[in-house]
Design a protein around this ligand. Structure first.
Ligand code: INI
Length: 156
């Protein structure tokens, strides 16, 4: 039996973080968690981490596509926060973001980690940005590193 499992530590990885400015007070904590996980757990070098800011979560797929096409990165970590309001806007922004990001990953065969919070309230978002429900930015960063190594092992 052959079992493929990706390790996390990836000292030579070049990682792009695409991050939305909208709700930046929450996204800043996702970014902090992602960078901490990349460096402390993943052993990624500071100079190999590139952070790209975009206006909102809706713009994350396009930036991620450009980063993928540049061939300069081994994975992209997408970070943002979409909080449900009183209109259908949430569905369009969150749906466009998640569908777009998965499309980029599949078309580019590049790990794209989904560190985008989609919550009913600001409280739920805060809980997932480094307080009682962990830090989804850190989780996404580790998922990106693991997938780099899973793809490497599949192709070895
Ligand atoms: N962008 C977000 O990242 N989060 C949100 O909660 C949000 N809401 O609620 O509107 C949001 N809107 C902006 C959107 O991502 C685009 O930047 C904008 O529509 C311009 O294309």
């Amino acid at each position: 039996m052959n079992v493929i499992e990706g390790v996390i530590a990836t000292p030579e990885a070049r990682i792009a973080i695409a991050i939305a400015r909208f709700n930046h007070f929450i996204n800043d904590s996702l970014l902090e968690g992602a960078i901490d996980a990349l460096k402390r757990v993943g052993q990624v070098k500071d100079e190999n981490i590139t952070v790209v800011w975009v206006p909102g979560a809706y713009e994350l797929p396009l930036a991620t596509r450009a980063l993928a096409d540049s061939k300069k990165f081994d994975a992209v970590v997408a970070l943002g926060t979409v909080i449900r309001g009183g209109t259908a806007h949430f569905e369009y922004v969150a749906g466009g973001c998640s569908t777009g990001l998965s499309r980029v990953a599949l078309e580019s065969v590049l790990p794209v980690a989904f560190g985008v919070l989609t919550t009913e309230s600001i409280e739920q978002a805060i809980e997932r940005a480094g307080t009682k429900a962990g830090n989804k930015g850190a989780e996404a960063a580790l998922a990106a590193l693991e997938m780099i190594n899973v793809l490497k092992a599949i192709n070895a």
